[in-house]
Design a protein around this ligand. Structure first.
Ligand SMILES: Nc1ncnc2c1ncn2[C@@H]1O[C@H](COP(=O)(O)OP(=O)(O)OP(=O)(O)O)[C@@H](O)[C@H]1O
Ligand SMILES: [Mg+2]
Length: 273
């Protein structure tokens, strides 16, 4: 099977000199659901941006759909449109993604940009706004929406293009529990619909629901593990070594659980662990 993404010994250093990716090798296949895990600054967002063709490897090779993904390859308009139709990216910060005067215009932007007709675009807006339950927001200004509403609109914008590969950067950040639940459901539905879903997240509680494979970054920007989610979540030494769990944070009944500093002795669970 042709891989969607194939990275070989990829490095990335930002212009100021910060190393973000170091010797990264991975292959991602159609229909996979993958969680990208790692401590702050380990390189998750940089990897996601690289998979979306927004930043380019400073060393090593990145292939997408069997062809090199480079700044030069995306300069070709038809290649870039083909890539953008296949791969959608939901930013962590929805504000950075929204710029149109109304939500309806925002939703129309991607499809029109990629050459869909106005009537096809209208149909996509109708379908996606029903799916995302944002029909009542269509005439509103994205700028005036709440954070959670902005997130829904940003995801809807990505879905109007109907990409087969979806990249999410910290999608549950800033959402209330109900919206988080809704988002996890959406990720599961996308996965069940056969989409390839790649999610960078800190939220260890959602990992096994939204993904079957986990790629774990160490703090020196290399891949520390790339295996089944359940295996990663059960490996406390690994999670501690990459700073994804704190010694005072542990897991029972499948839920990660924090003890406040120095309060361990005052804390009781009904189960034993
Ligand atoms: N635009 C930038 N310019 C310079 N350095 C950057 C830039 N963006 C990120 N970095 C650096 O690159 C490294 C990786 O950052 P990245 O944002 O990919 O990490 P992350 O794993 O997504 O972190 P977080 O969990 O905090 O979102 C960090 O050391 C960061 O300081
Ligand atoms: Mg990040």
């Amino acid at each position: 099977m042709t891989s969607i993404f194939n990275l070989e010994d990829v490095g990335f250093t930002y212009p100021g000199g910060s190393v973000a990716l170091n010797g990264v090798g991975l292959s991602i296949h159609p229909g996979e659901s993958i969680a990208i895990l790692g401590a702050n600054g380990s390189g998750k967002s940089t990897l996601i941006r690289m998979l979306d063709g927004l930043v380019f490897a400073t060393s090593g090779v990145v292939n997408a759909f069997g062809k090199p993904l480079t700044e030069a390859s995306l300069r070709d308009e038809s290649a870039s449109h083909a890539f953008r139709r296949q791969v959608g990216f939901v930013f962590q910060n929805s504000e950075a993604q929204l710029f149109s005067p109304t939500v309806r215009d925002e939703l129309a932007f991607g499809p029109l940009q990629l050459g869909l007709t106005p009537s096809e675009t209208e149909q996509r807006i109708t379908d996606v706004s029903a799916l995302m339950e944002i029909e009542h927001l269509l005439a509103r200004a994205p700028f005036h929406l709440s954070g959670g509403e902005k997130k829904r609109v940003a995801i809807a914008c990505t879905l109007t293009v109907n990409p087969s590969v979806l990249l999410f950067d910290e999608p549950t950040g800033g959402l209330d529990p109900r919206s988080q639940y809704w988002l996890v459901e959406l990720l599961v539905r996308l996965r069940e619909a056969g989409k390839t879903v790649i999610t960078a997240t800190h939220d260890l509680n959602i990992v096994s629901t939204i993904a079957s494979r986990a790629i774990v970054f160490s703090e020196n920007h290399t891949i520390a593990a790339d295996t089944a989610c359940d295996e990663v979540l059960a490996d406390m030494d690994l999670l501690q070594s990459v700073n994804l769990i704190h010694p005072d944070l542990h897991r029972h009944d499948g839920v990660f659980h924090a003890h406040r500093h120095g309060r361990k002795q005052e804390h009781h669970h009904s189960d034993s662990h």
